[in-house]
Structure formats: C-alpha cells, structure tokens
Design a protein around this ligand. Sequence first.
Ligand code: NAD
Ligand code: MG
Length: 384
Amino acid sequence: MKNIAILGSTGSIGRQTLEVIDQHRDKFSVIALSARSNAELLVEQAKLFKPKYVAITEGDFSYVKKSLQPLGIEVLSGSDSLTAIVSAQEIDIVLTAIVGFSGLLPTLEAIKHGKNIALANKETLVVAGELVTTLAKEKNVKILPVDSEHSAIFQCLMGEKHNWIEKIYLTASGGPFRGMTRKELKNIKKEQALRHPNWSMGNKITIDSATLMNKGLEAIEARWLFDVKPEQIDIIVHPQSIIHSLVQFIDGSIKAQMGLPDMRLPIQVALSFPQRIASPFERFDFLQYPTLTFEKPDTNVFRCLPIALGALRNGGNLPCIMNAANEIAVAAFLNNEIGFLQIAEIVEEAMNKIPFTSHPTLEQYLDCDRTTRDYTKTLITKKS
Ligand code: NAD
Ligand code: MG
C-alpha cells in the first residue's frame, strides 16, 4: 500500500489522480488532500477518500472544518498548511498538482522529509531545478514525472544507461493556433486560447500551451529531471499527440512512448513505479490514426518558445524571472488586460530588466520571484 498526499486535488491533475486511486484502492491510500478555494469539491473528495489531513489555503476554512472535523479529519488553512501536511509521517509520495511558483516550498519541504515526489507542478523545476534536484539526490528521493512528455522519456529510459542518451525529443501538439500568423493572433480572445485541440487542462497551462511557453517550461523541466545538456533537447510539433516524446541513443536508435492523450496514464505510471499495473483506459487503435505527422515549431510566431530556450541555455535566475513574469502575464491575459502576443513581450521585458544571478540561493529565488511579479504588474498597468 502506498500512501499519497495530493497538493491541488480539486484541479485537473488532482481529480484525475483521484480517479486513478479509486481504481486501485488496494494499492493506494490517500493521506492528505489540498485545494486553494474549491471548498465544496474538497469536502466531497475528503468524504470519499477519507484522508487524515485536508488543507484549504484560501477558501472557506470554517465550512471545510465543520464538514470534516466530525469525521476525524484534521483540517488546516493558510499557505503554510501545505508545508505542514507534506511532512506527515505516513506519506510515501507527494503528488504536486498545484500551479506555478507556489509549488516550490511545499515540494522542497516534502523532499527534506524524504517523501518521493510525483511531479506535475513543472514550474518548481523550472524555477529552481538545480536546488530541487540536488536536495533530492542528497535525501535519496525520487522525482517521478507526471507531465506526459517526461513520463514518456522516463519510460523510454527504463533499462538504459544515462551516458547512452544522445538526444531527447519533446513532442508538442502545437496548441490551438498552430499554423497561424502573428497578425491573426493579435486579437485572439481568451475563449479561443482556452480551446486546446487534444487536452483538457487547467487555465494556466492551457494558455501556456497556446503560446508554446509550456514546451519551453518542459524543456527546462527535462533538463533537470534527466540531467541532460540544453543542446541535447529538441522540440518537434506532432499535432496528433500520440507520441508523447522520444529518446535517441548514441547508436542512433530511437525509442518513443505512445498512447491516446490521457493524463491518467502518466499519473498511474508515477504512482505505481517501479511496477506497472493494469488499467481500464481506452486502448490506442492504429487504424484510427493512419498518419502521424511532424513539423518544426514556428518560433517567429510563438516567441515564448525561443525565449524559454534562451533561459534554459543561460540558466541562473533567468527561468525564475521568466516563470514569474509569465504567471503574471497569463493571469492578465485571462483577465482581458493584455493581448495574446503581449504575453511574450512582457516576459522578455522582465527578463531584460531584472538583474542576473548565476547560482541563486532559495532566498534569492524567493526575492527574484517577488521582484519580478511587482515589476511585471507595473509594466502591465502601464501598457493597458
Ligand atoms: P488546475 O488549475 O486545474 O488545478 C490546480 C490545483 O491547485 C487546484 O486544486 C487549486 O485549488 C490548487 N492551487 C492552485 N494554485 C494554488 C496555490 N497558489 N496554492 C495552493 N493551491 C493552489 O491546474 P492543473 O491543470 O491540474 O495543473 C496543475 C499542475 O500540473 C501545473 O503545474 C501544470 O503545469 C501541471 N500539468 C498539468 C497537466 C494537465 O493535464 N492538467 C499536464 C501536465 C502538467
Ligand atoms: Mg506536458
């Protein structure tokens, strides 16, 4: 039996994680659940899965407490509650499904307490990959990828040696605006950007997928998860989202991991590792996909991708600056304050403005994130 804590259980990944656990109640048990504000769903989930701890960081604490305390569930509130629950002794794996920089501190805390991480919250590795992976090594903690591309690479690397890796190909669907020009993108509305062709996900990652920032974040995530050099990572657009990523080895052989786009599979792979367990998910039918296609990403139109690849190459606090500016810019776009193309502009301006540090400490990351958010907000007010 593996004991799981889910940070962000009311979100897209969180809900799908509970579906996976529900199929395998004999193998997984839920120890902790958390959400930011969806108190009703959180209570419903807690009644079904009976965790020991529930944390609500911003929502209706008294409602959650009143509903769950009589069931013997300990209910916590506030942003510190996440760092508090991840250290619980019973927990084996912390699945991080919250969004953005807010995942960093609870993830570090979980690693400090020797908990394995099933990592969906890619921003944590983007911001502070060096710090997080160094601590994980020190504490002998596994970081198991949930992101579908990284799960694919992880699966391709089973049974292989690290120095046999020549190249990693991350596949990208291309998002809803693949093939469009900058002129066509200028007045895109958020409703259009939120309509992803292959995946149903939370709002922030859906916008990141439309700008291709998501693929840039994933390149940085891959650099840290698989300890490869930036030049070993390549991006290829594959609109059908059937090949989830590939690894090319030093003898030229390529392994790919394939399947229908369904996040429950990578979630299950992370939770069940090193075992594989049966699943009822729909199977892939080759005849329904007679053609799998590949193309180059259009980096002139989707500027966030080359910006992120620059941050990957130059390292230091640049990915942290980029991430903070992107979080603020995406929120502003979702709030109809800026246009779609301005997301990349704003991120680039912040990266040019905030001073560079080569090997930041945790304090410096926290400070850099705060400073960048303030700067970006001011920039957006000026522009809108
Ligand atoms: P979501 O918006 O659907 O859900 C986020 C969850 O985290 C919710 O439960 C919310 O209450 C909680 N949360 C958000 N911000 C928080 C904060 N500041 N403090 C505490 N709790 C907070 O997001 P999602 O689509 O499930 O994505 C979660 C993470 O997984 C992201 O980092 C995303 O990039 C990554 N990811 C998602 C998918 C996907 O298919 N959805 C795929 C790959 C990676
Ligand atoms: Mg992904």
